[in-house]
Structures are given as structure tokens and as C-alpha cells.
Design a protein around this ligand. Structure first.
Ligand SMILES: Nc1ncnc2c1ncn2[C@@H]1O[C@H](COP(=O)(O)OP(=O)(O)O)[C@@H](O)[C@H]1O
Ligand SMILES: [Mg+2]
Length: 311
């Protein structure tokens, strides 16, 4: 069935999986590149899309040194056909849409262009489309995180990364809620709750639910549906101990208890010295060191995201 607001012909043919995390340097691009290669090696047609217009480097991780076209051409309306931006990589069946050459004065697409872009991403001729998101919680980043399937949040076991991951999931959740609410009064309440120091003392989504139910019970039901359908997935990257691995479970518990959000912990990737070497040699880790633990875990994550039986 089509999503609200979309025609049946707009239904995603490819599985679109956005990958974000709030913080820079946590390994989003690393995960996208390696998961993309793993899935392509399994025989799937994969498009890896760099949506990090301010810090594009997916092309480097995938060994495409000077991409001739870029998502920036679509953003600037120089190119209308997103498919034409797909460049081949050295891995069969894996294409890249790079994000180089963005206009630094206004890198993000307008709201209207974003809607078109989201549709075009779902229509790409592929089995799987992975979107590498930029850092931060810009509305454009949040919109990409809402595309397709439950997005993946990459977290490293540092307090700063964990903090930003919560902020990221919170921002994505409130944005989704605001879009799901129909009544203007309720939308206003949601918008107010986005300010953590709001005067009504709404601190968590559960507080907000009570407030919405009081204003409009029908919207309350819609709220619960939106809450239940928001199921971000998390990966702990660069782990070095059992405690680091366990942190993923703690984050899942916190999300359930305080936010009322179900998070799926899809796996972890250990710290791997060869990761930096793989970036320097512009070759994904799963290609240069296919048997190291991190590569095994990365392929496992790829298999969780796109199970073999669904292929
Ligand atoms: N599991 C890991 N072990 C060691 N280094 C890693 C690991 N994951 C990522 N890195 C390194 O961290 C750096 C930042 O990763 P990157 O994917 O560019 O982050 P982001 O896209 O989130 O900004 C890269 O140099 C990468 O090689
Ligand atoms: Mg990146």
C-alpha cells in the first residue's frame, strides 16, 4: 500500500535505508561503504547515495576519486534525472551518487526539491538504496532519515556520540510526529515540545502523549501509531570491550523507558586498525580484509538490514 500522500506508482521499489547518527566521525560513511559492498557482493543491485553535501566523502571510501556528477547537480536543478548521477564503482552492481561540488552558500535542497528528491530516491533502479546522511539535525537530514525503511543510527561508545544519537533520534521522532498530526492545535503542542525547556514541562514523548490525548483523543490514537511505527535501528561502532557492546542494549532500554520508542540493536563493529588503512587505500574494509572480525560483523549487519530470505 502507498504511504499517505503518495500514489501507488510512488511506492518504493528499492529498499531505501538511511544511515545517520547525529555526530561526525562515528563511522556513518564507513558503515555505508562496507554494507553497500557486502550487499552488492551478495548479488543485489545497490546504490550508495552520499547525502552529506557539506562533508562528502563516500566517493573516497568507495574508490571513486573524481566523480563527474553529484547530488549537488540535482539540488541546484542542473539535472532532473537522479539516475543520470549514478556512477559505477569497481564493485559489480554497486553504483554511487556522490555529493561533491556542493554550493557552500546553500548546500541543502529547498523543501520542494527535497520532496522530489525523496521520491526519486525511492524510484532508483536498484534492490537497495543506502543513504549516507550528514551530521547534525538539519531538517533536510531528518527528512532523508524518514525515507524508506527504519533508519540506522551509528553510535560509538563515547558519551558525546551517545548524547548526539539521542538528540538525533529525538529530533527525528518529533519531526515524524508533527507530520503525522492533523490538528493544528496538536501540531502546535508538538512544535512547543521540541523545545526541551518548554513552559508546559513536556520532557519526553510520553509526557507529550498525555498532553495530546488531553487536547484531542483522536490525535492521541494517531500519536500512538506514529510512535509505534518509529523504530530506528542502531549499530555500535568502534567497540573495544564488552561494556561497549552492552551500551547498545542500555540505549535500547533508555529509549523504551523514557521515550516510549522501540529501538532495534542490529549489531556492533569492533575497533579495527585496518579501517584507517582501508580509507587511505580508498578500498572498503570488507574488500581489503574480508576475514577480519570487523568485516564479518559488517556483513552480518548487512544481512540483518536486508535478510537473504527477502532477496
Ligand atoms: N570500527 C572502526 N575501527 C577503526 N576506525 C574506524 C572504525 N569505524 C570508522 N573508523 C574510522 O573513523 C573515521 C571516521 O569515519 P567516517 O565513516 O568518515 O565517519 P562519519 O561518516 O560518521 O563522519 C574514518 O577514518 C574511519 O576509518
Ligand atoms: Mg561521513
Amino acid at each position: 500500500m502507498a504511504k499517505p500522500g503518495l500514489r501507488d506508482s510512488d511506492v518504493a521499489r528499492a529498499r531505501v535505508i538511511p544511515i545517520g547518527g547525529g555526530k561526525g566521525g562515528v563511522g556513518k560513511t564507513f558503515v555505508v561503504a562496507n554494507v553497500a559492498v557486502s550487499l552488492a557482493r551478495r548479488g543485489l543491485r545497490v546504490v550508495a547515495v552520499d547525502a552529506d553535501l557539506e562533508g562528502a566523502n563516500l566517493h573516497t571510501c568507495l574508490g571513486v576519486e573524481h566523480p563527474s556528477s553529484s547530488l549537488a547537480d540535482y539540488v541546484a536543478e542542473r539535472e532532473e534525472d537522479l539516475q543520470k548521477l549514478m556512477a559505477d564503482t569497481s564493485v559489480p552492481r554497486l553504483s554511487l551518487i556522490a555529493a561533491t561540488h556542493a554550493n557552500i552558500s546553500s548546500s541543502q535542497p529547498s523543501q520542494a526539491r527535497r520532496v522530489q528528491l525523496v521520491r526519486a530516491l525511492c524510484d532508483l533502479p536498484a534492490d537497495v538504496v543506502l543513504i549516507d546522511l550528514g551530521s547534525g539535525t538539519h531538517p533536510a537530514v531528518m527528512d532523508y532519515f524518514m525515507v524508506g525503511e527504519n533508519g540506522l543510527v551509528v553510535i560509538t561508545p563515547e558519551p558525546t556520540s551517545v548524547e548526539n544519537a539521542y538528540a538525533f533520534m529525538r529530533a527525528a521522532f518529533y519531526r515524524r510526529l508533527r507530520l503525522a498530526m492533523v490538528s493544528l492545535d496538536v501540531r502546535k503542542v508538538v512544535a512547543m515540545a521540541m523545545d526541551q525547556r518548554n513552559e508546559r514541562g513536556i520532557r519526553t514523548p510520553l509526557d507529550l502523549l498525555r498532553e495530546v490525548q488531553a487536547v484531542d483523543p483522536t490525535e492521541g490514537t494517531r500519536f500512538v501509531e506514529a510512535m509505534q511505527s518509529f523504530r530506528p535501528r542502531i549499530v555500535m561502532n568502534d567497540v573495544q570491550s564488552r561494556d561497549d557492546i552492552r551500551l547498545g542494549f542500555s540505549i535500547r532500554s533508555v529509549c523504551r523507558k523514557y521515550f516510549g520508542i522501540e529501538v532495534e540493536y542490529v549489531g556492533y563493529v569492533n575497533h579495527e586498525d585496518a579501517a584507517r588503512r582501508s580509507v587511505r587505500s580508498r578500498t572498503p574494509l570488507v574488500e581489503i580484509e574480508p576475514d577480519c572480525d570487523a568485516s564479518v560483523y559488517l556483513r552480518r549487519i548487512a544481512d540483518k538490514l536486508v535478510p537473504k530470505e527477502s532477496q
